[in-house]
Design a protein around this ligand. Sequence first.
Ligand code: B1M
Length: 210
Amino acid sequence: MEKGKIDARSPHPQDMQGEEGADELTHKALSTGATAQEVLTRALIPGMQAVGDKFRNNEIYLPDVLMSARAMGAAMEHLKPHFKSGDIQYRGKIVLGTVSGDLHDIGKKIVGMFFEGGGWEVIDCGVDVSEPQFLEAIQEHQPDAVGMSALLTTTMVNMEEIVRGLKTNFPQLLIIVGGAPVTDAFATRIGADFYSPDPQGALEKLNRNI
Ligand code: B1M
């Protein structure tokens, strides 16, 4: 998974041609007696942790992260029924969205994949998400946290309004913000609880606080 090998048919990475990937290995682990919890905590979470650390240290590039996240997604398909049946508990629940006026979703999707790999249930509201839409999602899903992404300097203003609105309605709700133009100082100024420049940091910050 860490190397981004999705399944036996996938051509990436080249030095693993024909080898089994996250799909087959997860199936095999579950059918030979490993519990879903063990697969999650001993394989997937450490794998995504390693990917996040390497990405943060510039040892791998964005396409590598995307391939690993896709491999993780293939493994997660086998675990989903176990989450549904209650065999394994999610670590927490997060509502994610790119703020209103902003259509960039690549980074936000990666953040979502890291959270899933970290054992979180992710409610992804998509892009161009307004304050009423965030509020509706919060009421419906009762998350532990909300994550917001903004990629345009012009939509940082919308992020500010949304954070203030959500904090007025749900003062205890943890809010984490990110995206290329967002900074720690900006996050503090608008009243968000956390800022992270990368998905791994976002996951670590919320894990420490949930
Ligand atoms: Co747009 N765009 N774009 N664009 N676009 C930028 C952002 C821009 C910097 C390009 C430039 O001019 N150099 C610029 C913004 C300038 C500014 O505001 N200062 C820009 C512009 C101007 C625009 C338009 C206005 C262009 C136009 O139409 N005139 C327009 C706006 C549309 C809109 O949103 N309303 C527009 C449109 C588009 C496309 C639709 C064509 C496309 C988006 C496709 C999509 O997302 N589905 C696009 C793209 C691809 C880019 C660039 C090239 C790449 C963005 C990206 O995906 N990066 C970008 C230039 C660049 O960055 N080189 C650019 C990769 C992604 C993995 O990184 O999203 O930063 P990022 O996410 C990172 C971190 O930021 C962090 O983790 C992620 C993974 O490491 N992170 C979080 C993100 N969210 C987080 C949340 C967290 C924590 C961490 O906690 C919750």
